[in-house]
Write a protein that binds this ligand. Sequence first.
Ligand code: F6R
Length: 244
Amino acid sequence: MIRVRIANREQIPVMVTEDLRRQLERKPDSVLGLPTGSTPMMVYRELVAQQAQGKIDFSHVTTFNLDEYVGLDEKHAQSYKYYMYENFFRHVNIDLNNTHIPNGTTKNLEEECRRYENLIEQSGGIDWLLLGIGLNGHIGFNEPGESLIAATHVQKLREETRTANVRFFGSSQNVPTHAITMGMGSILKVMKIVLVAFGKEKAEIVAKAINGPVTTWVPASFLQLHRDVTFVLDQEAASEIKSI
Ligand code: F6R
């Protein structure tokens, strides 16, 4: 079931932080699933600010990122490892040994996917996952298609995804063609999911995810099958939802 909360854009990071704060109060050693991209930037800024004020504590948490580009190492400014370190990890009281991101530069990518999925399992599973949503309905990098893959896997990025990400890479040739991503099964196993979207351009896909049929062509629509999902949206992103 998907719950929807609508707020002003500036309020969204505060709401998400509050939700995570409550989660960490209940379970200080929670296992968190984390996204990258434009959407969570404001959330990371808020989490950093609140940790500096002692309102939230990351010292016992473990984190797993959703995805990483194949071929980019941690020194590459567009790798998600670099993103997480620069935007979040280095500013808060988190133990870097407890932060996990798939390694997109290893020779054996299949083995890396298995290792990552097992590591999530061994950690006891993810308690709280923050998601963004792609314009084509992807979550993590689970792209629309004939089928979806349950476990962490190597995903070929669709052209529309590579085009959407040209903004980070300068030109389309520089956008990686593949990524390692948690699978749809890995995502649906999470205890609690919070998806954030804002802006008019996300309105159509948000409505399809919430109101449309559950279909592999809109991977986010599978969230309708989950027990505890909250979409946190601004007015624009919520503007095409029909009542649920
Ligand atoms: C990133 C991820 C992606 C993004 C999605 C939206 O780790 O998993 O699914 O959440 O592409 O990206 P933005 O927020 O840049 O619009």
